[in-house]
Design a protein around this ligand. Structure first.
Ligand code: FMN
Length: 88
């Protein structure tokens, strides 16, 4: 199973959580910053795990914008979408 753990992180906490999740999954997981990927990268994966800080009761702006860009076609191709909104 091909997995992307996608994160945004202002102060590094969400990045640490994303890296820990990626390490627990193992070689099948790629841990990527939302600033280093595009929605089209999801076409070849089976599972997307998202983590972002909460800013003003929403996912941080880079992740919010990314999620808005995800097309129905890309989402439909995913077997699973698992979202974590990191908080303190
Ligand atoms: C500008 C800003 C806005 C925030 N807004 C919220 C909020 O609305 N609700 C909340 O529970 N936490 C809020 N937080 C706290 C962050 O979500 C929290 O500290 C998070 O763990 C930071 O993750 P990071 O280290 O990956 O950046 C805010 C933090 C910042 C810097």
């Amino acid at each position: 199973m091909r997995v992307i753990v996608l994160y945004d992180s202002l102060h590094g906490n969400t990045k640490l959580v994303a890296q820990a999740i990626g390490a627990a999954i193992g070689d099948e997981a790629m841990v990527l910053s939302v600033t280093d990927t595009a929605p089209s990268d999801l076409e070849l994966i089976d599972l997307l795990i998202i983590g972002a800080p909460t800013h003003g009761s929403l996912p941080s702006k880079p992740m919010y914008e990314y999620i808005k860009e995800l097309s129905d076609a890309v989402i439909t191709g995913l077997k699973r979408l698992f979202s974590i909104l990191e908080n303190q």
